[in-house]
Design a protein around this ligand. Structure first.
Ligand code: F6R
Length: 623
């Protein structure tokens, strides 16, 4: 077996994490597909394409760049008669994001068109084998290998369903794929392995897609396809099969209750701004049903018969990792459970040590992050229970974890994660309260103050957010010329400093470093000068005197300072951003949106593409 690694020097292998959609129904299919692709653009947006059968021909129209480029192209075509079509929006890390690599891809005979999200790892030997059989390739992609492989199997006197099954049996790697055939223009075949794929069932129309918003305007009835399942559908029927045996499978239909509006901008200029402003509601949603009014303790029925772990290993990436670092403080100080927090991409290759009494806590908004999933699988393989903290119902983390707590943030569309982190922090706090109560390590008085404070938090935040935005706008103008920023924090503000820096980097492209304030004098302070400002997290906690002395050191090097602080902060810095003070760790829920709004306003002021920053995609389904 030859497994081609992602950075193998000899291959120009396309690596995608993409959005796919297929429609079979009674409407002109191409507009439905384009609309669906718009709702999947968060999954990737460097090229897009559609395929459909019309006037006895299999048409594929693709364009490099954002979806509007494809729309422009479609505007000049006759593409409105087909009632079945496929679509794809792509994000590539290797292989140029050029039109010839955009999906859909056709087989050599032009009878099949296929869209794909994932990586065919053994694409190289398959390609060589197919070349030896006389097949020619016009792209650099592994996807073209897949469609040619299906075509090759189909040429051996089988049904197309059997051919797909036989082709997929030869494939190593991951895929969510959908395929159409010139000879059966109303039908779609789709299958998945380790990449998300859903079936949406409407009236006289059916869909497959990578995510629910793609078809939510048309139907709320959904089936979550599992790995190694293959679906055949047309406008009026659908059937799910085991991909290897082709035995029909019974599937549970889920009803989706959230509406399309909640996946749209709701009057805000950007999804990111809308999602920041949704945080009061997110906090309220996370708390709903989680507090017992009689005993005023936290309810987490998901954990009821799970033994209290002796050690927790948190595994996550990016913003979710920062949430984990913050949760570590509370889990250790309230529940007295030792916690290690690991970057999933390191954890999975580090041979981590487990004890049978450990718990792995996988935190992921999307539930599809490849490294986090790999970390989970590693732990499961060692017999360690895995708890998933995840926002997307039916996602891989949610399905594969032994237990799952859903974070109730609702769909997060902006690439930069904001409200999802807020929801993760609420649930981490509830976890620490829950185990703290069970272990009797948390004073009742602290517990009830936290619970009271939590209930009041949405109202306080709701009132404060517009003021915060005003201040963020003012500071963005003042600091927009900076090319670098320090974010400093101590204690539980340190993970927030990391998060503030990440937000600024990813959407405004300004270099930023999150640092533990006490580490500054061990090297980084050498960078400070009037051009290198510092964003200091200086809430009124036990560590404030230490933070102040760190800031004095920055001032002594002529560094400019913004201090995010509580009323009463009395160091004379360039800008004090005063926010209301609430109880203990709940202050985080006011610090976090201030950091998010500052990054947002900087990016807007600098004219950046806030919701779709360059080089990024919403869910990182490749390692
Ligand atoms: C940053 C951001 C990313 C994600 C990371 C993990 O704003 O969104 O750093 O937090 O890619 O994603 P999930 O939480 O979906 O596993």
């Amino acid at each position: 077996m030859v497994v081609l690694t992602l950075n193998h020097p000899e291959i120009n292998k396309e690596i995608t994490m993409c959005g796919i959609i297929g429609y079979a129904g009674h409407r002109p299919a191409v507009p439905v597909i384009v609309e669906g692709l718009k709702r999947l653009e968060y999954r990737g947006y460097d090229s897009a394409g559609v395929a459909f059968v019309q006037h006895q021909g299999l048409e594929v129209i693709r364009a490099q760049g954002k979806l509007c480029e494809l729309e422009n192209k479609l505007g000049g075509c006759d593409a409105f008669h087909a009632t079945t079509a496929l679509g794809h929006t792509r994000w590539a890390t290797h292989g140029l994001p050029v039109e010839r690599n955009a999906h859909p891809h056709k087989d050599g005979q032009g009878r099949l068109a296929l869209v794909h999200n994932g990586i065919i790892e053994n694409y190289h030997p398959l390609r060589e084998m197919l070349k030896n059989k006389g097949r020619e390739f016009v792209s650099d992609t592994d996807t073209e290998v897949l469609v040619q492989l299906v075509s090759e199997e189909w040429s051996k006197d089988t049904t197309l369903l059997q051919a797909i099954s036989r082709a997929l049996a030869q494939v190593e790697g991951t895929y969510a794929m959908a395929l159409i055939n010139l000879d059966e223009p109303g039908r779609i075949w789709a299958a998945r392995k380790s990449s998300p794929l859903l079936l949406g069932m409407g009236t006289g129309e059916n869909f497959v897609a990578s995510d629910i918003p793609a078809f939510l305007a048309y139907t709320r009835e959904v089936i979550f396809l599992e790995d190694n399942e293959l679906v055949e559908l047309d406008a009026l029927s659908w059937k799910v099969f085991d991909v290897a045996t082709l035995k029909p499978l019974n599937k549970e239909v889920h009803h989706i209750s959230w509406d399309l509006q909640s996946a749209q901008k709701g009057g805000y200029r950007h999804f990111m701004l809308k999602e920041i402003f949704e945080q009061p509601q997110v906090i309220a949603n996370c708390l709903a049903g989680r507090m017992d009014p009689k005993s005023s303790c936290v309810l987490l029925p998901e954990l009821d018969d799970l033994p209290i772990p002796e050690q927790i290993q948190i595994v996550a990436c990016g913003t979710s990792y920062h949430a984990g670092l913050w949760g570590q403080h509370l889990l250790e100080s309230w529940a007295k459970i030792p916690v290690r927090v690991e970057i999933a991409s390191e954890f999975r290759y580090r041979n981590p040590l487990f004890r049978p009494t450990d718990l792995v806590l996988a935190i992921s908004q999307s539930g599809e992050t490849a490294d986090t999933l790999a970390g989970m699988r590693l732990a499961k393989g060692e017999g360690v229970p895995v708890l998933g903290l995840c926002n997307v119902v039916g996602s891989s983390v949610a399905r594969e974890a032994d237990r799952v707590i859903h974070t109730q943030a609702g769909p997060e569309i902006s690439v930069a994660s904001t409200k999802a982190m807020c929801s993760q922090l609420v649930l981490l706090l509830l976890l620490a309260l829950y185990w703290g109560r069970q272990k009797q390590t948390l004073p009742r008085e602290t517990e009830s103050q936290i619970l009271r404070g939590l209930l009041g938090l949405p109202g306080i935040l709701e009132a404060e957010l517009p003021r915060m935005r005003g201040k963020a706008q003012e500071l963005a103008q003042e600091y927009s010329a900076a090319r670098s920023f320090f974010y400093l924090g101590r204690g539980s503000s340190f993970p927030l400093a990391l998060e503030g820096a990440l937000k600024l980097k990813e959407i405004s492209y300004i270099h930023a470093e999150g640092y533990a304030s006490g580490e500054m004098k061990h090297g980084p302070i050498a960078l400070i000068d009037p051009e290198f400002p510092t964003f200091a997290l200086a809430p009124s906690d036990d560590l404030l005197p230490k933070v102040i002395s760190n800031l004095v050191e920055v001032q002594a090097r002529n560094g400019r300072i913004i201090a995010l602080a509580h009323p009463g902060f009395d160091l004379a810095v360039d800008h004090v951003w005063s926010i209301p003070e609430v109880y203990g760790p709940l202050n985080t829920f006011l610090i976090l949106p201030a950091l998010q709004l500052f990054a947002y306003e900087m990016a807007v002021y600098l004219g950046k593409d806030v919701d779709q920053p360059r080089n990024l995609a919403k869910s990182v389904t490749v390692e």
